[in-house]
Design a protein around this ligand. Sequence first.
Ligand SMILES: [Zn+2]
Ligand SMILES: [Zn+2]
Length: 364
Amino acid sequence: MATSSKAIVQTGPRKLEAREFPLPEIGAEDGLLRIEVCGICGSDYEQYEGGIGIASPVIPGHEPLGIIEEIDPQTAARWGVAAGDRVAVEILIPCRSCDLCLAGQYMQCKSRPGSHGGYNPPERGLGLYGGFAEYMHLHPNSIVHPMRGDIPAEIAVMFNPLGAGVRWALQYGGVHLGSSVLVLGAGQRGLAAILASRYVGAGLIIATGLARDEKKLALAREFGADYTINVDEEDTVERVKELTGGDGADVVLDLTPMAHQPIRDAIEAARWGGTIVLAGLKGHKDITLQTDKLINKALTVKGAFSVDAAAYTDAIKLIESGKFPLEKMQTHKYGLDNVEHAIKLLAGEVPGEDGIHVAVMPGL
Ligand SMILES: [Zn+2]
Ligand SMILES: [Zn+2]
């Protein structure tokens, strides 16, 4: 067995370096994960830029999936897993005892002992807590979700974006059998929202993207979108009205980064009494809106924060169902030495290359 682990350490904005760490001794209540793969999302880019969690050096990578290499027997029993099992690991390590944790709102836990790939209190020190590494140290309060071992790792790791699709479309949006859904933005989470909506039997799914997103829109149609709109050439609101007999969509999800117009489009394209879910971050900018329209249309607007265990569990069922050709969303795989390139690629910083789901695999 290995005695050390390679890991990518972020030491400052846009500064990543490879280091070797001794493996932790596994004692009471903790465990060791051999990482198969770690997914990447927009937050990785923000973190890379210096936006979050790098007051002191940290091992980033917050969408890890791997095999339990070693585990304390009591923790194994508590989690319902054994050494050798594959698990998806949530980013958050909550306290599991504050009032929010007890109410199931652990994403906002008031006294987190740490996280996998995100913020860790300085007193925890620099350890193998993040997913851009060969091994990761599991905390007694880590949240793990067992997954079948026979699914290719780079597909299984989509528990993360798909969890967001489930949480944002189904839980926040309330999409159900027969719903009409408008998904603004066709990145990995837009596609995930389409999959989740299709999975529960949505009646009409419309997705939007830019002219340069044509490949993503084609995939959106393959994953269950009935219609796609190229917003560079068509008017989103007009087209949605046309497709819904003038009513608008029951549920509108905004997953576009930075753009303001999609929020105004969402208000226009939602049906009377409909729901708008906001999940695309806009860089802390003010947005001009006519709030009267929210009132006159009796709209419900929800901010979609994070993903919870119930959504991850449903996302895992969706992956294990084998009903969708998820491999078509998997566009790039890189080893640890290419983490920086992988992050830049997903953020669109690599000219001529466009990624949808980008995975980091220590084995490559
Ligand atoms: Zn992420
Ligand atoms: Zn808590």
